[in-house]
Design a protein around this ligand. Sequence first.
Ligand code: OAD
Length: 233
Amino acid sequence: MAEIRNIVILTGAGISAESGIDTFRSAGGLWEQHRVENVATPEGFARDPALVLGFYDMRREALGKVVPNAAHDALARLDAEWKQGDLLIVTQNVDDLHERAGARRVLHMHGELKSALCRSCEMRSPWDAPMSNRPPCPVCQAPMLRPDVVWFGEMPYQMDRIYRALREADLFVSIGTSGAVYPAAGFVRDAREMGVRTLELNLERSEGSHWFDESRQGRAGELVPAWVEEILS
Ligand code: OAD
């Protein structure tokens, strides 16, 4: 632990599960309730924008009914107290629970529910209202907003910054993600090849579990506070 200075943390839907947000691939999860190709692809949006806008309106509204859990709180504490090097929380989640717990160094690689992307002027604006009623873009006034969420077939945000952080990292920690979606699923292999120590904290072994130096199984609400305590002490 004494040799660890720079940390990159990847989080996925599993870290928000205990807050009451459905994961994607669990039994009864979001991708059993909705077809990915209909609600999470540019083609699905072109085919049926009302369906897609309604899906993200529902998920944005649901954020008002949940609160951060012990895992988000623990990462916010680590963010505040980690002084011996850099720290970056890369999240695949589009919820705002890391921020609401108080974490500052958070990068949303798959976008955010509380952000709108204008298809006309391409500006991103903070957004906390429905989009199904086709409101105007706050910047250019065109009624062309879409959820600022990365869909399948689109490039995740800030990949350069993520790889820069990984190259500088001493430790890569993956929390609550199934390892099913690239490029995030490949970070563990990339980190290993760069000589970075790797740790997985997940309910079960993920698809890429064998790539990690260490894998701990359990609920994020228990594993993450225990690991944060360990690394800070
Ligand atoms: P998944 O639903 O694929 O995986 C969630 C993981 O969290 C699983 O491995 C679960 O075992 C684990 N898990 C569930 N409850 C947990 C708990 N209480 N504590 C710890 N782990 C728990 O979600 P992601 O890996 O985040 O992308 O999915 C990655 C991407 O696929 C998402 O960002 C989304 C989705 O399609 C896009 O929409 C572009």
